[in-house]
Design a protein around this ligand. Structure first.
Ligand SMILES: [Zn+2]
Length: 173
């Protein structure tokens, strides 16, 4: 069973490493991540959020299609224009804010079988994949807010991280 890491956990700030082996343990992790994402009513979840520092995320575009995995993504192109929309994050419970993102992005990636893919993601899905892509570089959506917004949020974030600290140290034993 995988557990969602909460802000304050250092793994959320680390740069994740590329996946080299596409085996059944990778696919088991993907399945476990999709389960925990759906249980928590999320639309995206990156491997560092469950304590695994590899370049992998899963997402559910809410179109009725099966949730999917994106491995080793590279952003090869993006729109000129950006759009603003609300985001939250399973690692930062109950915090939502408006974030600016590219309207579309083109990603090169591998699927769970290691097959190379290239795909354009637009609008809502583009927002999800940009948010998850950021997680692989240790970037959280709150980093993309204005200085003023971050100043206001700071005590809230400290409180969330303090509340979860006990859980984290217990888990390390
Ligand atoms: Zn997130």
């Amino acid at each position: 069973m995988v557990r969602i890491r909460i802000i304050g956990d250092p793994i959320l700030r680390m740069k994740a490493k590329p996946v080299r082996i596409f085996d059944s343990s990778l696919r088991n992790l993907i399945r476990a991540m999709i389960d925990v994402m759906l249980q928590n009513d999320g639309v995206g979840l990156a491997a560092p959020q469950v304590g695994v520092g590899i370049r992998l995320f899963v997402f559910d575009d809410r179109s009725g299609a099966e949730p999917r995995a994106i491995v080793n993504p590279e952003m090869v192109e993006h729109s000129e224009d950006r759009v603003i929309g609300e985001e939250g994050c399973l690692s930062i419970p109950n915090v939502y804010a408006e974030v600016e993102r590219y309207r579309w992005v083109r990603l090169k990636y591998r699927n769970e079988w290691g097959e190379e893919k290239e795909e354009v993601f637009e609008d809502y899905v583009a927002r999800i994949v940009q948010h998850e892509f950021d997680h692989l570089d240790g970037v959280l959506f709150i980093d993309r807010l204005t200085e003023e917004e971050r100043r206001i949020l700071k005590p809230v974030l400290l409180e969330i991280s303090k509340q979860h600290r006990g859980v984290r140290s217990w888990n390390k034993i």
